[in-house]
Design a protein around this ligand. Structure first.
Ligand code: F6R
Length: 268
């Protein structure tokens, strides 16, 4: 796991956007895994800026989102489809028919829908770069603590902590879904690169458990310890409970030198 610590959230977003831009510019048919939530909003803004400046085209990109609420359609302002349209898709040149979310409408069978999503990812050639946030309880996607590390796209019941954390996004009388479809942990681990971004003090404990804790279903993000190419971008607040911060900085500096000398970079 490569841990890179930045002064603030803005630098995290800028750096994350560089990773995405590198993939899109290098790979003729890039497949991006996307996340919703507060953390990636500034990353998406940076991508929109790059596109508007003529530096980045998403024409050949296919995308797969991590999760979507159950029984909520695109017309609902709380849907993750709506979020993605508003924060990214409406402002770039991506072919909207190549943007996928793990939907399950009222009356549809979540099991069939989960299998279908896995198949769609496979047909697209697999995810090249998966963007992730992290929940304060260590979840990735909506894989809540105790999720199987071998899980695939399926229906999940959200924990009380996640519902409370996300309640800020719902008005008082607005319906807040308690069920969601989510890529599984094994689905996420299949991505060739995984880029997790975390900012703010509220994520510090989860980040510590992910990076330095035991591999455990109690912290689903700790599964990234098993990934060959997991990159974790943090601001200082999110990194504040990590003990080996100097080492991470030093290792990052060495990686830059090694890459400069040997031209090793990401194999997109
Ligand atoms: C969203 C998702 C979640 C969020 C996590 C952090 O698609 O998969 O795992 O990444 O809940 O959310 P924020 O960024 O709002 O703190």
């Amino acid at each position: 796991m490569q841990v890179i610590i930045f002064d603030d959230a803005q630098h995290v977003a800028t750096n994350a956007a560089e990773w995405v831009a590198e993939l899109i510019n290098k790979n003729p048919k890039p497949v991006l895994g996307l996340a919703t939530g507060s953390t990636p909003i500034s990353l998406y803004q940076q991508l929109v800026n790059k596109h508007q400046a003529g530096q980045l085209s998403f024409k050949n990109t296919t995308s797969f989102n991590l999760d979507e609420y159950l029984g909520i359609d695109a017309s609902n302002a709380q849907s993750y489809r709506h979020f993605m349209n508003e924060n990214l898709f409406d402002h770039i040149d991506i072919d909207i028919s190549k943007t996928f979310l793990p939907t399950c409408a009222q009356g549809e069978n979540p099991r069939t829908q989960g299998l279908k999503y896995e198949e769609q990812i496979k047909q697209a050639g697999g995810v090249d770069l998966q963007i992730l946030g992290i929940g304060a309880n260590g979840h990735i996607g909506f894989n809540e603590p105790t999720s199987s590390l071998a899980s695939r796209t399926r229906i999940k019941t959200l924990t009380q902590q996640t519902l409370t954390d996300n309640s800020r996004l719902f008005d008082n009388n607005e319906f807040q879904p308690t069920l969601a479809m989510t890529m599984g942990i094994a689905t996420i681990l299949d991505a060739r690169y995984v880029l997790l971004i975390a900012t703010g003090e509220s994520k510090a404990k989860a980040v510590k458990d992910m990076v330095a804790g035991p591999l455990s279903a109690m912290c689903p993000a700790s599964a990234l310890q098993m990934h060959e190419n997991a990159i974790v971008l943090l601001d200082k607040a999110a990194a504040s409970q990590l003990e080996d911060q100097e080492y991470y900085q030093w290792a990052h500096d060495q990686n830059i030198k090694i890459n400069q000398e040997f031209g090793l970079y990401h194999n997109y």
